[in-house]
Design a protein around this ligand. Structure first.
Ligand code: NAD
Ligand code: LMR
Length: 334
């Protein structure tokens, strides 16, 4: 693409928050859409955070990024998603003391209902949506359900952070570089029930289960460490992961838009097409490959009894969340 290429419009919600602070400068630098693609940022916040967002926009200007063609700020989703080719839904209502998961679903329902409707009305025809704000899979399900004119497969949620965390743990255990691991898969929900699956992983061409040869470590260390990593970071930092989440969001959109590495998989939470017994329409994480701006769920994998049980636990949690938001009136069954 030449420098005269038309800018891609990228909308980011929660743009004054912690994750956005790690995300916006990398988008502006070309890390997400490529060094030949100019971007137009549309930044969305709640009214109380618009002042702080103006400061972030000043910093973006001061970066003098050659690819950053304009910055618009809004507190109105109907304005913020106008013409969006990529929509990163980062802003969400956080869990506060005493809140149950059901309360969190209820608090986020109106946000993602409105944003889904606004995307439906005003985003570009080719919009790609990534939901980062938790509970990410179910927030994406709500947005998808409120955007009937946008193809359902454009609504995705972030489990690439879990995928990257799994690779990091495997690299630490074996002493082999993370880049040598292929075919890691995260299944299910971005929650403590997720299933990080190494049964198909190869390391430098050999089955990882043979190289590791320690099923006790896989079951009692690796899986719980990846499942609980978000909580461990909150405990250590006093705030949830931000730079690593931003980096994973960049990876997710970069691979979706520009293709994943040949011979490898990435993990994305996407509307199920019924593959692997996951009910159709549920936004669940799968191993996928990406090419030509589209992702495909990896087909034909053997799922052993252990993996089946773990996938079923996480899918059951997602079904419970889906039913709760349908009962609350935020989504319809799809
Ligand atoms: P943060 O509190 O620093 O920022 C969130 C921002 O969203 C705030 O500035 C807030 O004003 C804004 N916001 C809230 N409601 C909004 C709305 N309706 N429209 C626009 N903006 C809105 O939080 P953060 O650290 O940036 O995290 C954001 C979300 O990402 C949280 O829900 C967090 O749990 C989630 N998260 C997800 C993953 C993942 O892998 N899926 C990883 C880490 C964090
Ligand atoms: C993470 O995985 O780091 C976050 O989703 C944790 C959280 O609850 O914000």
């Amino acid at each position: 693409m030449s420098s005269a290429a038309r800018p891609v419009t990228v909308t980011v919600t929660g743009a004054a928050g912690q994750i956005a602070y790690g995300l916006l400068f990398r988008i502006a630098s070309g890390a997400m859409l490529g060094a030949d693609t100019p971007v137009r940022l549309r930044l969305l916040e709640i009214p109380a955070a618009v002042g702080s967002l103006e400061g972030v926009a000043m910093e973006l200007e001061d970066g003098a990024f050659p690819l950053l063609s304009s910055i618009d700020i809004s507190d109105d989703p109907w304005v913020g998603f106008d013409g969006a080719n990529v929509a990163l839904l980062v802003g969400a209502r956080p869990r506060t003391a005493g809140m149950e998961r059901g309360d969190l679903l209820a608090a986020n329902g109106p946000i993602f209902t409105d944003q889904g409707a606004a995307i439906n009305a005003s985003a570009a025809a080719d919009v790609k949506v990534l939901v980062v704000g938790n509970p990410a899979n179910t927030n994406a399900f709500i947005a998808m359900s409120n955007a009937p004119d946008v193809p359902a497969e454009r609504f995705t949620a972030l489990t690439r952070l879990d995928h990257n965390r799994a690779i990091a743990q495997l690299a630490k255990k074996t002493g082999v570089a993370g880049t040598d691991f292929r075919r890691v898969a995260i299944w299910g929900n971005h929650s403590a029930t997720q299933y990080p699956d190494i049964s198909h992983v190869t390391v430098a061409g050999r089955p990882a289960v043979e190289v590791i040869n320690d099923q006790n470590w896989v079951v009692n260390d690796f899986i719980p460490t990846v499942q609980q990593r978000g909580t461990a970071i909150i405990k250590a930092r006093g705030a949830s992961s931000a730079a690593s989440a931003a980096s994973a969001a960049i990876d997710h959109i970069r691979d979706w838009a520009r293709g994943s590495a040949a011979g490898d998989w990435v993990s994305m939470a996407v509307p199920s097409d019924g593959s692997y017994g996951v009910p159709e329409g549920l936004i669940s994480s799968f191993p996928v490959t990406c090419a030509n701006g589209e992702y495909s769920i990896v087909q034909g994998l053997d799922v052993d009894e252990f993996s089946r049980g773990r996938i079923d636990i996480s899918v059951a949690e997602l079904e419970g969340e889906r039913d709760a938001v349908i009962d609350l009136g935020f989504a319809k069954r799809v």
